[in-house]
Design a protein around this ligand. Structure first.
Ligand code: AMP
Length: 391
């Protein structure tokens, strides 16, 4: 006994003493990865989804980012993948490049002690490095549909060994217009595959996709339908359109308030304008939108993620599905165009139980859309006053 103890203590790094994840058994390699990642117990969606995936069910999961859905499919898929084979076994489709990078990083960490490799494939970056990653042999590929189609067209990879396909943020992929690509991709995978679909909302086109391409799927829901994340405090200010930039500055001055904010604008030009205005006033701010090159976008995201940037002004697309734990405020400078968009946006704060605030600036132009949002969200959305601007 003392000898065994001495041996344990001689180990250079912290030893994993149990292969339990909460009440759930996981492989030693994954237990070690989870310990390194600081995950000590499963989130509700993980508790439900992990056993279903292990039992080879198709699963439709209604879950927003922030619920732990990536590890919900990541843990069982990493455990089931065969590190000795270099063929593509798991294909994950995501709507945006940023999300592809994020999901790939999480799966790489989960699989690090099993010798599982994940590669990310997305547009806006040269084919070369992505090809290298593919040729090194990745059991898991995380891809945006458009770029994956390009690679398939060039014969760079094959999907005939894919055992599982994950459609992540499926509603967003359909919104962007990826439905035809997704269907073409699915038809290149084996009929016997397992299909997992995750989506924050469940509009009819998603249900149709599920009926068409999934076998007897199990429906799982984390939280209610398009309900905002519960810990988010939601407030709105009534402000004339031409006063919005003054309102924003007043909000940013609140000393106890905004530590890190994601600010949404409708258009790329709107992003550039606001960034210009705030920079001139010495705010620590950058913008992100689809007209920037991928290296530029990556650099901005990296700063923001590392909490070395206080304010990020973004269009919807640039911010989809992002999981950044430091965001204290989401500011809807421009009104989201519908309830689902609002729910997606505000889901960027209050991650994993941390507090967060979502703000809407409501102008004379926004009344109709705002009424719809108010009707959906109800009393949780509270009116506040701008003390200085409208003193
Ligand atoms: P996701 O919904 O997959 O975007 O995950 C949201 C955040 O929760 C990410 O920062 C994950 O790293 C984190 N996370 C996921 N599962 C757990 C867990 N079981 N314990 C602690 N953090 C987790």
């Amino acid at each position: 006994m003392p000898a065994a103890q001495a041996q344990t203590e001689a180990e250079p790094e912290a030893r994993v003493t149990s292969n339990l994840f909460g009440q759930m058994t996981v492989s030693w390699e994954v237990a070690r990865a989870l310990a390194a990642m600081g995950y000590s117990a499963p989130t509700p969606i993980q508790e439900t989804v992990i056993p279903l995936v292990r039992q080879a069910f198709d699963v439709v999961g209604q879950a927003q980012t922030g619920t732990g859905k990536t590890a919900a499919f990541g843990i069982p898929l990493v455990e089931a993948a065969d590190p000795k084979s270099n063929s593509l076994q798991v294909l994950i489709l995501t709507p945006t490049r940023e999300l592809a990078v994020q999901v790939c990083a999480e799966l790489t960490r989960l699989g690090q002690y099993r010798g599982i490799r994940a590669a990310a494939i997305y547009g806006g970056q040269a084919f070369g490095p992505q090809l290298d990653a593919l040729h090194r042999g990745s059991q898991i590929v995380v891809a945006t549909p458009g770029r994956l189609m390009d690679h398939l067209g060039r014969g760079n990879l094959r999907l005939d060994q894919a055992r599982t396909v994950v459609l992540d943020e499926a509603d967003q992929m359909l919104d962007i217009g990826f439905a035809p690509d997704i269907e073409r991709i699915l038809r290149q995978t084996p009929r016997s595959r397992q299909t997992l679909l995750f989506s924050a909302t469940m509009p009819e086109p998603i249900k149709r996709l599920a009926r068409r391409y999934m076998r007897d799927p199990q429906w799982v829901r984390a939280g209610g339908e398009a309900r905002p994340v519960e810990q988010v405090e939601q407030v709105y200010y009534e402000v004339a359109e031409r006063d919005k930039r003054f309102a924003l500055r007043e909000l940013l001055e609140d000393p106890q308030g905004v530590t890190q904010a994601l600010i949404f604008r409708r258009t790329k030009a709107g992003v550039d304008d606001l960034v210009y205005d705030l920079k001139r006033r010495s705010y620590d701010v950058q913008g992100i939108h689809g007209d920037m090159t991928q290296p530029q976008r990556d650099a901005v995201m990296k700063l923001f993620r590392a909490n070395r940037l206080r304010l990020l002004v973004a269009t919807n697309l640039a911010a989809r599905g992002l999981d950044i734990s430091g965001i204290s405020h989401v500011i809807n400078y421009d009104m989201p165009s519908n309830v689902e968009e609002y729910v997606h946006r505000i889901g960027r704060t209050a991650r994993m139980g941390k507090p967060g605030t979502a703000i809407i600036l409501v102008s004379e132009w926004d009344v109709d859309t705002f009424d719809t949002i108010l009707a959906h969200v109800g009393k949780e959305l509270k009116l506040q006053r701008l003390a200085k601007l409208y003193a």
